[in-house]
Every structure is written in C-alpha cells, then in structure tokens.
Design a protein around this ligand. Structure first.
Ligand SMILES: [Zn+2]
Ligand SMILES: [Zn+2]
Length: 276
C-alpha cells in the first residue's frame, strides 16, 4: 500500500485534519502543528493532543509535520537563530506529544552572506537540538534554488547530514521535493539522475517525498508547484520515479495548487495508478 496524501488543513482542531484526509481516501497527510506564519509554537492543550492521538489510532493515516515558514536556521543573526532553534525544538516537542515521527524543515536563507556560512549556521542550529531528549526526526527539505536559499544543492544536504550531531542521534533525514529538485537543475525526467541522487543522499535517509509538478522549466530556481502531469516534469517522469527502487515505501505528500478541474483526491489516485 502506498502512503500518500496531501498537505491538509488542521484548521479548527488538529484532529480534524485526519477526518479531512480520510474523506479523500488518503493514507498519509502533512500538517502544521503551529501557526505557519508565526514564531511561537504553543504546546496544544491536553484535550487536543488526546483527540489527535485517538483519531490517529482510528484511521490508518500517517501524519507528518511541516515547520512554519519564518524560522531561518541559516541566519547569522544570533537572535533570529535563537528564535528559529526554539521554534524547531517546540515543533519537535509537539510532534513527540502527538506521536508524529517526521518534522520537515527548510534550511532557510543565508541572506547574502554566502552558502558556506549558511551551511555552518544550519549545522550549529541542528546541533542545539541534539540534547538527548526528543524523538521526532528532522527531515531537511531540498530547496528550489531561490536567491540566497540554502539546501538546493544535494551535496550541501549530504554535508549537513554528515557534520551534524543530530544525525548521529538518529534524528536527521531528508524530505525530497520533486518540484524543487527540478527547479534546482536536477532533471528527474532522466532515470539516471535518480541513481545520482541516491548516491549523494542515500535513499534510506529519505523518508518523505513532496510530489509536485513544476510550473517553470529545468533549473528555473523558482518554487512554483504545478498539478501532477500539468507542469514541466510530466506524468512519465512521475511514473518512473514511483517505480524506482524503494520509492513506493516513502511517505508521499502532494503540495499541488487547488484546481477546480480536479476532483478531491484525484491526483492521489493518478499517482496510485502510476505506481503500478
Ligand atoms: Zn516545504
Ligand atoms: Zn515548494
């Protein structure tokens, strides 16, 4: 069985995301567990946690969590970095309370100070999390290559993994976004590139895939997702990807734009058919 679903709204109460995902026939979902546009991640009330855990048992849906957008682990500014680390730690704690295994994080922006400094800041920020407590596994997400962003080059992700103490604690891995790979110049329409990616990152460390088509061409550096089969990546490439060694065992999350011409869950069904 494929673990597949969408980024799902948890508006109203966290547990409602399970109902929304189940209504679409999903077997996975991605949620925010704190305000996606805020710094502070408040621990949910006991009743909310209980409700989420109960529904998690009722439905066969694996929930993964995405970090809010403001934290910037690559920032050189001490105050920003401290707030970012606090946010990461708080989100990881909430994941533990909710029984969520994977927390997906962007690496942030070096804000013009250069990739090298950005990478070192990310490693330092992650190290602050490896204090021996906590279980949630932080998944570094590859980026599209927007100006100053850290993490679009897979070599950089691999290096952060190697140099971070969080990986030695068994709490670090990767989330690969297909649109971001393509925008960063990795032509995933060619099957050979998957071997290269596997060599660089080790697919055993990749636990979640963001399955998105790309609105712009190869190497555009632009983070604009498209619906499956309607962008530059195309259905054939998704079919090849889903049938590539071990990929079907990953958690697949769609973050595609809302499209009035697509029924609820239609892209998920499309991917299920492609994964023959
Ligand atoms: Zn993301
Ligand atoms: Zn994106």
């Amino acid at each position: 069985m494929l673990r597949i679903g969408y980024h799902t709204s948890a508006a109203g109460s966290l547990d409602l995301a399970f109902d929304r995902a189940a209504a679409m026939g999903a077997t996975a979902m991605q949620i925010f567990v704190s305000n996606p546009r805020g710094w502070k991640a408040e621990l949910p009330a006991q009743g909310i946690i209980g409700g989420f855990v109960r529904k998690g048992h009722r439905y066969d849906i694996e929930a993964v969590c995405h970090m809010p957008y403001l934290p910037n682990l690559a920032s050189a500014d001490p105050e920003k970095r401290m707030k970012s680390v606090s946010s990461l730690a708080a989100n990881a704690r909430i994941c533990d309370l909710l029984g969520i295994r994977y927390l997906i994080a962007h690496l942030g922006s070096h804000l013009g100070r250069g990739a090298e400094e950005g990478i070192r800041n990310v490693i330092g920020a992650l190290d602050e999390l490896s204090d021996g407590t906590g279980k949630a596994i932080v998944l570094l997400e590859n980026q599209a290559g927007n100006t100053n962003s850290v993490g679009s080059r897979l070599e950089d992700l691999a290096r952060i993994y190697e140099e971070s103490s969080l990986s030695r604690a068994g709490r670090l891995g990767f989330c690969l976004d297909t649109c971001h790979l393509f925008a960063a110049g990795y032509d995933i329409r060619r099957e050979k590139i998957l071997d290269t990616i596997g060599d660089m990152l080790d697919f055993g460390r990749v636990h979640v895939l963001h399955v998105n088509d790309a609105k712009f061409g190869l190497g555009s550096g632009r983070d604009r997702h498209d619906n499956i089969g309607q962008g530059f990546i195309g259905l054939d490439a998704f079919a090849a990807l889903l049938n590539y060694n071990g990929i079907r065992d990953k958690i697949l999350i769609l973050e595609t734009p809302w499209n009035p011409e697509l029924a609820d869950g239609e892209e998920m069904e499309m991917l299920r058919r492609l994964a023959r």
